[in-house]
Design a protein around this ligand. Structure first.
Ligand SMILES: NC(=O)c1ccc[n+]([C@@H]2O[C@H](COP(=O)([O-])OP(=O)(O)OC[C@H]3O[C@@H](n4cnc5c(N)ncnc54)[C@H](OP(=O)(O)O)[C@@H]3O)[C@@H](O)[C@H]2O)c1
Length: 273
């Protein structure tokens, strides 16, 4: 694998795709001291070829179809973004960070997934992301992360804060285990990834929990008096299958992220909670 001098990447701008998404916004903040071209969905729909004149030195590709259940209903539309979009981004010819997901795994393991584990996605979303990894090409860091949350956009933390303020009890799935990862921590770790060889890297929060554990932690940290009723994935009845276990760890020395609870506290502080 080729190793890039990170300084040489900075001669031309850093392009951030999906800059309006939760990770995209965190990346824009993290790379604020660089020359950045931040393109949101309305600036460039990545399922179409790139707009003329883009000549980045590095691409942080955070644009994606992330509606897991929607991808089950519209797999071709999801593939147009997650595979076609990544192909278009790779065609720019710059080194590329392509963010991917724990959902490339089937979740049958009972110990953390490492980079050499074979992917076997159970959902249409996971399949499009896995094909997107291949579309990123040779000059790419594939950064797999999991259960992202941050102060903006649509995510579990923001949903639980809303529900926890409205209700006395929420039903939350207790048979899926993963590592909730704060986008600020993932954005900061992206800098360290740029110093590693191209290839696949697992970069997720330390620690793991179920969604129900996570909900309880959110309520506890936010001081919300709301009970968590632990339910099964089957009981929730979502269209797309999710891995029962998708904790990611690196066997290759990827940057270590703080514990998910620390990420949760940072996120709540950003939200003024
Ligand atoms: N969310 C998670 O739990 C999670 C877990 C592991 C990995 N990841 C990966 O991490 C990356 C960032 O995810 P995220 O959580 O930041 O997702 P997000 O908040 O949904 O952001 C994705 C962004 O991509 C944009 N987008 C969608 N279709 C597009 C298109 N055709 N062209 C250009 N932009 C488009 C969205 O814009 P609109 O909202 O306007 O459509 C949104 O701003 C993705 O690659 C995702 O697969 C996410």
């Amino acid at each position: 694998m080729e190793h890039r001098d990170p300084d040489s990447l900075r001669a031309r701008p850093v392009l951030i795709t999906g800059a309006g998404g939760q990770l995209g916004r965190a990346l824009v903040e993290e790379f604020a001291t660089e020359e950045v071209v931040a393109l949101s969905h309305s600036d460039w729909d990545v399922s179409s070829p790139p707009p003329p004149g883009l000549e980045p030195g590095l691409v942080l590709h955070a644009a994606a179809w992330t509606d897991v259940d929607g991808a089950e209903e519209e797999p071709q539309a999801a593939a147009a973004v997650n595979v076609g979009g990544t192909t278009h981004v790779a065609e720019l010819g710059a080194p590329l960070v392509a963010y991917s997901t724990d959902y490339v795994f089937d979740g049958r393991k009972t110990e953390p997934y490492v980079e050499s584990d074979g992917p076997n996605p159970a959902s249409a979303y996971g399949r499009t992301k896995l094909h997107g990894e291949a579309a990123a090409g040779e000059q790419a860091w594939i950064v797999r992360s999991s259960w992202l949350f941050g102060p903006t956009g649509s995510n579990f933390v923001r949903t639980m804060l809303r529900l926890g303020a409205e209700r006395e009890e929420v039903a939350v799935v207790d048979d899926q285990r993963g590592s909730p990862t704060y986008v600020g921590h993932l954005a900061a770790a992206t800098r360290a990834v740029l110093e590693l060889p191209f290839g696949t890297w697992h970069v997720a929060a330390d620690g793991d929990c179920t969604w129900a554990d996570f909900a309880e932690a959110i309520f506890a940290e936010a001081g919300l008096d709301c009970r968590v009723r632990r339910i099964s994935t089957t009981e929730l009845g979502r269209p797309a299958p999710r891995p029962a276990y998708s904790v990611l760890r690196s066997e290759k020395g990827a940057p270590q992220l703080p514990h998910w609870r620390e990420g949760l506290r940072e996120c709540l502080a950003r939200l003024g909670v």
